[in-house]
Design a protein around this ligand. Structure first.
Ligand SMILES: *Cc1c(COP(=O)(O)O)cnc(C)c1O
Length: 303
């Protein structure tokens, strides 16, 4: 992983003048070919710490389409670290080759432990982690979704001085690490809006643990029914956005957020003249897996 090329560009998304606001998108999806977007930011200081403590193995948790699993596998390979993914869903064990994300992770050397949903829920419990240590040996633990203090620290590098004139910063939210970093590096007069990709009452509490300011809020109307749930309206939107702006969005996070931001703009949610910056947190590796599901359901696919 190259740590020197870290500033992504802001591209303007041209909107009809009468909408009265300006919209830019920070292309964090372009900072690395495999460890894209916020997962790169979240791993940066964790990898440094794992290495400095002398660990040779990373262990983390994730689901079947997890961008985090793909990123950890890829980053581990680049850094010469072994990787272990504890995957939610025993049934995936026999379907590994059909799942693009897991296949990619495996091709980068990741070893898997497939567990039931009940066992997966113990992912933060000491007894379960100790049993994993007994089985796999010592490892540096990266929590599900990669969120911890070092991940937030990495995400504090997303905004730069050049972004100080934006009034509103928007991002997709999973576990809340990314928005926490954005809040911490935002200016006090900026507002940070998070668009959760899943329903979860715990999110606000989790974010509160990491943030140093209160200039943020969550907009919970655009989760499309929950994590990795999508419908034809969202697919149509993602495809139209790509054709119009030449910017791909992923179906799990950035597609939902951008849908929400544009919907709010059209509804007059933002004051006239507001300068909005949305963060493209990456996640494009998830498109292939989602398309496999869409094909099976005979729904239109993401182009
Ligand atoms: C993981 C992910 C998020 C969510 O990040 P959190 O720090 O968990 O809130 C947002 N967008 C993309 C593309 C992701 O892969």
């Amino acid at each position: 992983m190259n740590f020197s090329l870290e500033n992504s560009v802001n591209e303007q998304v041209v909107l009809p003048k009468e909408w009265g606001v300006e919209l830019f998108i920070k292309r964090e999806d372009t900072i690395h070919s495999f460890v894209s977007g916020n997962k790169y930011r979240k791993l940066k200081y964790n990898l440094k710490k794992a290495k400095s403590l002398g660990f040779d193995t990373l262990l983390t948790f994730g689901g079947a389409f997890s961008n985090h699993i793909a990123a950890v596998a890829s980053a581990g390979k680049l850094h010469g670290l072994n990787t272990i993914g504890v995957i939610r869903g025993e049934e995936l064990k026999s379907k590994l080759e059909e799942n693009e994300t897991l296949r990619f992770a495996k091709s980068n050397g990741m070893r898997f432990e497939f567990v039931s949903r009940a066992i997966y829920r113990q992912k933060t419990e000491i007894t379960f982690l100790n049993s994993l240590k007994k089985f796999f040996g010592e490892f540096y633990l990266i929590p599900e979704g990669g969120t911890n203090e070092l991940a937030v620290k990495g995400c504090e590098e997303i905004l730069t001085e050049a972004d100080k004139d934006f009034d509103v910063i928007c991002c997709a939210v999973g576990t809340g690490g990314t928005i926490s970093g954005l809040v911490n590096c935002s200016k006090p007069n900026q507002k940070v809006l998070g668009f959760p990709a899943l329903k979860g009452d715990f999110l606000k509490e989790d974010i509160s643990k990491f943030v140093t300011k209160t200039n943020w809020d969550l907009i919970e109307d655009y989760s499309f029914g929950g994590y990795a749930k999508i419908n034809e309206e969202l697919i149509t939107f993602i495809n139209a956005f790509k054709i119009e702006n030449n910017i791909p969005l992923d179906p799990i996070y950035t597609g939902k957020m951008m849908f929400g931001v544009l919907d709010l703009i059209k509804k007059g949610f933002f004051k006239k003249g507001t300068k909005i910056l949305v963060i493209h947190t990456g996640g494009l590796q998830g498109i292939a897996g989602m398309n496999s599901i869409l094909k099976k359901k005979q729904l239109p696919i993401i182009i």
